[in-house]
Each structure stands twice: as C-alpha cells, then as structure tokens.
Design a protein. Structure first.
Ligand SMILES: Cc1cc2nc3c(=O)[nH]c(=O)nc-3n(C[C@H](O)[C@H](O)[C@H](O)COP(=O)(O)OP(=O)(O)OC[C@H]3O[C@@H](n4cnc5c(N)ncnc54)[C@H](O)[C@@H]3O)c2cc1C
Length: 326
C-alpha cells in the first residue's frame, strides 16, 4: 500500500504545503498532523485585531475544510524514525510516510529558570493565549510587557488602544533591536506619543506577588507595579520531538538550499559509497551504527563514529559479510 505524504504542523506552513501539493496535481494520500485542536488559523491578528476586540476567532480561520487531506488535529508528534520512515505520535501510534514535511513552527521563549507561578503572567502564541489575554484586558489592569520585539510592541500598542496603562521594558536601548537603531528610535517615539511608558536598557530581575502578579523587579532594584505581564522574549523552534531522530538541529532543522533536511544517515551513506567504495547496503549498515552511537551520545558526531569505526578496521574485517537491508 502506498505511503502518504505526512505534514507535521497544521498551521500556515503545513496548510499551504498541503494546498500546494493538490494544486501541483498530487493525487496520493496526504495526512496533516497538528498538536492544536483547532483547524489552521492566522496568527498576526492575535496581537492586533483579535486582541483589540475588533475580530472574533472565526475571522482568523484559514479556509481549509474543502482541502482533500486527512487532518489529525489535537495530535502531537513525539518522535521520528528516519530509517523506517515513521512519525511517532503521542499515545504510541506510528505513522508511515513516503515523504515528510516538518512544519512545527516555533513557541515563545520562556522566562529563564523556574516557571513563573503567578496569576497574571502571560505569553502569546496561539488563539487561546490571545483570548485569555483579551479577557484579562477587560479589567483594565496595569500592564507590563517584558521584551520590546515585534510581539511585545504590538501587545503594548493594542493595550494602549484599549486604554490600559502600559509599561514596555527591554534590556536593549531601543525597541525592535532586530531592525536597527533608526527604526528602533522611531518605534520608541511612536510608543511614547501614544502614552506607553518605556523602560529601556532595563534588565528584568524577577516577578513579584503573592499568588497574583504585583510587580516586576528590575536589576537596579526598581519595582514596576503591574497586575498583568506579557513575557515576549522571542520564539524558539519546535524541534524537541526530533531530538533523537538523527537530523541535525541548531536548534532549527538544518536544511540544504532546497529546504531538504540534513539527514545524517543518508549523507553518510552517500559519502561512504562515493569515497570508500562500499555498496549501499554496506554503507547503510555502517552508518546506522554510527547514527545509533551519536544518538546514544557515545560520540559527538556520526561522522566521527564512522571515522572511528573505519580506523579500527572493523569494516575491513566485516567486508564480504552480508549486510541485511532494513
Ligand atoms: C501573536 C503573533 C503575531 C504575529 N504577527 C505577525 C505579523 O504581523 N506578520 C507576520 O509576518 N508574522 C506574524 N507572526 C508570525 C507568524 O504567525 C508565523 O511566522 C507563522 O505562524 C509561522 O507559521 P508556521 O506554520 O511555520 O508555524 P506556526 O504558526 O508556529 O505553527 C506550527 C504548528 O505546529 C504545531 N506543532 C508544534 N509541535 C508539534 C508537534 N510535535 N506535533 C504536531 N504539531 C506540532 C503547533 O501547535 C502549531 O500549530 C505573528 C506570530 C504571533 C504569535
């Protein structure tokens, strides 16, 4: 039975890839696995129109119901077996694939150290986060936003639009540091003009409160009183589920110029066939051992394991033996 194309991640990239497959005429089975229960939706309004109360969740939906794919929503991928070409799903099911697209996006970077166990501290990534934050805005809390990047600046602007007192805090001298000082200064001026208090060059030391947030403590000892905080420290790729796969992670998946993931196993097989005169079966067997050693953290890199095995002459002794294909 032919295996499907599996897409892991049912958000913008996963949906668009599935649509592109059908548009390009792919007639085979396509399965889209997504951790969120909701069908795909667009995130940009979450910090703007939806948070402001100008949009409702239905207006964020990305049309997907007419697409001929199997949706596996509310299902998290927990691992990847490159050799068997199977995605492991939570609960233990294994989903075989012909080709795999990794589209698991990113999640917010957490405050370092222990989780902040205070009511009133939020992060913003998905629709439920945005709805919870919007509801919290209703009580007109004093809001502190930690991190003046894109999402921090957008949340600060939307909160001001809704009439909240807003303090925007960042250790950098300007907001939006990624865009350089000129844009940063312009952005700072805009925020000030709209009544946002900016605390720049200000490191945050911690969050204070008894059960609920009461203040943000800065490194210089200043206390910024707040009922609500949004921690907006950037995003990190969702690649934890690939940690033992043998794919190279830095921490995003390392790809070539065609967005093909760097599969250590296949790379090594090609190298051994081209440079050491091994058959593909022999190269496969040797590379599998090397990748297993890497996964077991016994050596730093699969290439090192291959060199070590070749240096030991193990392969020379094994040459001529039959290597079973998997
Ligand atoms: C509040 C906010 C505002 C934004 N505003 C803008 C903007 O104005 N302009 C702009 O260009 N961009 C904006 N962005 C960024 C934009 O939304 C992202 O670039 C876009 O969502 C990336 O799409 P994606 O499909 O690659 O990843 P994501 O949208 O991150 O989706 C990844 C999906 O994979 C799922 N997933 C993760 N791990 C697993 C797993 N192990 N198994 C199964 N599923 C998994 C996640 O649940 C998620 O649904 C904003 C983002 C946010 C959060």
């Amino acid at each position: 039975m032919p295996r499907p194309i599996v897409i892991v991640g049912a958000s913008l990239a996963g949906l668009r890839a599935a649509q592109a497959l059908r548009t390009a005429g792919h007639a085979g089975e396509v399965v889209v696995v997504g951790a969120e229960e909701r069908p795909p939706y667009t995130r940009p309004p979450l910090s703007k129109e939806l948070l402001a109360g100008d949009h409702e969740p239905a207006q964020c939906a990305l049309p997907s119901d007419k697409l001929d794919v199997e949706w596996r929503l509310g299902t998290r991928a927990t691992g990847l077996d490159l050799r068997r070409r199977e995605v492991e799903l939570e609960g233990g099911e294994r989903l075989a694939y012909e080709k795999l697209l990794i589209a698991t996006g990113a999640r917010p970077r957490h405050w370092p150290g222990d989780e902040i166990a205070l009511e009133g501290v939020f992060m913003l990534r998905d629709l439920d986060d945005a709805l919870a934050l919007r509801a919290a805005f209703d009580a007109r809390p004093r809001l502190a936003v930690v991190g003046a990047g894109f999402i921090g600046c957008e949340v600060a602007a939307t909160a001001r639009k809704r009439g909240l007192d807003v303090t925007l805090i960042d250790v950098a001298p300007q907001p939006m540091t990624a865009l350089g000082p000129a844009v940063g200064e312009r952005c700072a001026a805009l925020h000030r003009a709209h009544g946002v208090e900016l605390l720049l060059g200000a490191g945050v030391d911690g969050f204070e409160g008894a059960g609920s947030l009461e203040a943000i403590r800065l490194a210089d000892g200043t206390r910024v009183e707040a009922d609500l905080a949004v921690v907006a420290l950037g995003a990190i790729p969702n690649t934890d589920w690939l940690a033992d796969s043998g794919l190279e992670l830095q921490p995003g998946v390392v790809c070539d110029g065609t967005l093909a993931a760097r599969d250590a196993l296949l790379q090594m097989i090609d190298w051994l066939v081209n440079n050491k005169g091994l058959t593909r079966q022999q190269a496969y067997a040797l590379s599998s051992v090397a990748v297993d050693l890497r996964i077991s953290n016994l050596v730093d890199t699969p290439n090192f394991a291959v060199s070590a095995i070749l240096d030991l002459g193990v392969f020379e002794r094994a040459r001529g033996h039959h290597f079973d294909d998997d």
